[in-house]
Structure formats: structure tokens, C-alpha cells
Design a protein around this ligand. Sequence first.
Ligand code: HEC
Length: 111
Amino acid sequence: MERAVLVGVSSLVLAASGLALASGEAGDGVGLFAANCAGCHGATGAADTAAGKALKATALNDAKWSGLDAETLKGVIRGHPKHKAVTGKVSDADFEALAAHIRHLAGGAAG
Ligand code: HEC
């Protein structure tokens, strides 16, 4: 089970990185999200990946996240035990771009 989830995460992260590169969307929030978040939360934020379903990751393509700010996101990533694996991979300077991309996925302002 755990191995299946890990294999799922890495192949989905790779697939998502390819998508992000192909989309040509501005800002590195796309790349950061694809590399660090999409394995669980899905490239579209729907959390419909194998790992996302197994871990019950939150869907981020919900209007609820359309006003997400960098400080709140930082708290989520630095403070939530489910994000232990990624907390060291994103720097404080990355949260603004990541929050902007999540607002975009949620249908809010792209930032
Ligand atoms: C290993 C899988 C995994 C990865 C990778 C991951 N998350 Fe999550 N995330 C989760 C899970 C599971 C939850 C649900 C936590 C809970 O409430 O139980 C979650 C919840 C969240 C939430 C909602 C928190 C709340 O207050 O409800 C946000 C926002 C979020 N993640 C953002 C991100 C961002 C941004 C990244 C990349 C930097 C990321 N996540 C990477 C698994 C992951």
C-alpha cells in the first residue's frame, strides 16, 4: 500500500511537471506546485491522485481557497503534520507564488 502510494506520487509529480512546462503559464508557482504539491493535491487541485485519495488530501480547486494568502499557506505547510515531507522543500519566499497559483486553481485572482 505505502509503496503503491509512493510510486503513484513520483509518477504523478513527473506527469504534473511535464504539464506545467507545457502549459507555459506565467510564474513559478506552477512549477513549485507541480513539483511539491500536485502528487497529492493533483495538477488541477482536485486531489484526485492515488496519493491524494489515500491520504485524503484537501481539494484546492474549491472557491474556499480563492482568497488564500502566503502567510496562511505558510502556516499550513510548516504546521501540518501531513506536510512534513514537503516543508523542507519550499522556502519562505515560495509561499507567495504558491498561494497565487492555488488562488488561480480555486478560481480566484491569479495574483
Ligand atoms: C504527501 C501528500 C501531500 C503533499 C505532497 C502536499 N499536501 Fe497539502 N495536504 C495533504 C493532506 C493529506 C491534507 C489534508 C490534511 C488534513 O486536514 O487532514 C492537505 C491539506 C492541505 C491544505 C488545506 C489545509 C487546511 O487548513 O485545510 C492546503 C492549503 C495544502 N494542503 C497545500 C499544499 C501545498 C501548497 C503543497 C505543496 C507545497 C502541499 N499541500 C503538498 C497532503 C499533501
